[in-house]
Design a binder for this molecule. Structure first.
Ligand SMILES: [Zn+2]
Length: 370
């Protein structure tokens, strides 16, 4: 997706963005208009109203009008309002009439916001709506269609960018610096590789950690974190986060970065399952997670069957079926391990099977749940 800059001239800073800003979150708006992103930004720059926003997104591109290190007037919460002074404003275009252009614009906005969260190392909780800061129903069409739906769109962008190889061209090695290096260091440390400082600088400690990681996962142990290594790490951490979330241990967003929430979830899981609760997922922890997930899945698929009798001779089973049917029960004969079993029901919930057993016993049948 194209991101085009058409920044307000500094001569208009006093009107449009008078304060420097340390951005802390994103504020989502709908334009309530039918203009393109380029036109929204051009108009915003041209007029002399104290109305401004950092980005406008339409069905084809993103246009930036205000630098991220300056505030914008968009949140309606006043000169010292948190929204106006700390939020990066993103306007989604074509919301007045809606339709296909808006649908596409909203999708682009979800993508753009996901990439912004990645860049900043922020979670989904950093995505706010105009309505959070002022009594205004904005982003109106996005709200009409469902705010959580929009957050889910962003989350799934985050998930795909993690699992589908957002690292395809990234190579981190001795001397590399920055957020990606920091994430790598957090992941190595989280996985228990000692001697890695989390400082965003790829030094000998990080290199050694990468070598050990590569050796452990059958990659060529050259100490350079290229696409294979980074994707492997992404899939291990992302998979771990996904599984912990599934099991009800809240790791927050599945971002492929081993932060505190992931560590705490690992500790809680280890504690609940009789493992050493050190927050480092070693072989035993990974194996246990797999096992618990497997059991949970088979629990979910299991059916509780009510059996009224089991016979060596089919005719006897058939007689019982006839008798059950005469009293209004549905019954079938199931052949299993040389026996003819008479069953009257199969339930995904144990309590429903138990209820049927009680009723059958009242009618004089012997029944058990299998
Ligand atoms: Zn708004």
């Amino acid at each position: 997706m194209n991101i085009i800059k058409n920044l307000v001239p500094s001569s208009k800073y006093n009107i449009k963005c008078p304060y420097t800003m340390n951005a802390q979150f994103i504020v989502v708006h709908n334009t309530a208009n039918d203009a393109s992103a380029a036109n929204e930004i051009a108009y915003m720059i041209r007029n002399n109203n104290q109305v401004s926003f950092h980005y406008a997104v339409d069905d084809v591109e993103v246009v930036q009008g205000i630098p991220e290190n300056r505030n914008a007037w968009h949140a309606g919460d006043g000169g010292n309002g948190r929204g106006n002074r700390n939020g990066i404003a993103v306007e989604i275009c074509y919301s007045r009439s809606g339709g296909d252009r808006f649908i596409k614009a909203e999708k682009n906005a979800a993508k753009f916001i996901a990439s912004k969260l990645k860049e900043k190392g922020w979670g989904i909780d950093k995505v706010k709506k105009h309505q959070d800061f002022a009594n205004k129903y904005c982003p109106h069409r996005t709200l009409d269609m469902g705010w959580n739906r929009f957050l889910n769109m962003i989350q799934s962008e985050l998930n795909t960018s993690n699992s589908s190889g957002q690292n395809t061209s990234t190579v981190l090695k001795r001397g590399s610096r920055g957020t990606q290096v920091r994430y790598l260091q957090m992941n190595l440390t989280g996985l228990g590789y000692k001697g890695v400082s989390i400082d965003g600088i790829y030094g000998p400690g990080t290199e050694s950690g990468v070598k050990r990681f590569q050796a452990a996962y059958g990659l060529s142990a050259d100490g350079i974190a290229g696409p294979n290594t980074l994707n492997k790490m992404d899939s291990i951490i992302g998979g771990l986060q996904n599984n912990l979330n599934k099991l009800g241990y809240n790791v927050g967003s599945i971002d492929g970065v081993f932060g505190n929430s992931t560590k705490n979830a690992v500790i809680a899981f280890q504690r609940d399952n009789g493992l050493t609760a050190d927050g480092i997922p070693g072989k035993n922890t990974f194996a246990k997670i797999e096992e618990v997930i497997k059991n949970k899945d088979s629990d979910k698929n299991r059916l509780y069957r009510v059996q009224v009798g089991a016979f060596g001779v089919r005719d006897n089973a058939q007689k019982l079926v006839t008798e059950l049917k005469s009293k209004g029960y549905d019954a079938i004969v199931v052949q299993d391990k040389g026996l003819y079993k008479v069953q009257t029901g199969a339930f995904s919930k144990r309590e429903n099977a138990d209820k049927l057993v009680v009723q059958l016993k009242k009618d004089g049948f012997e029944a058990i749940v299998i």
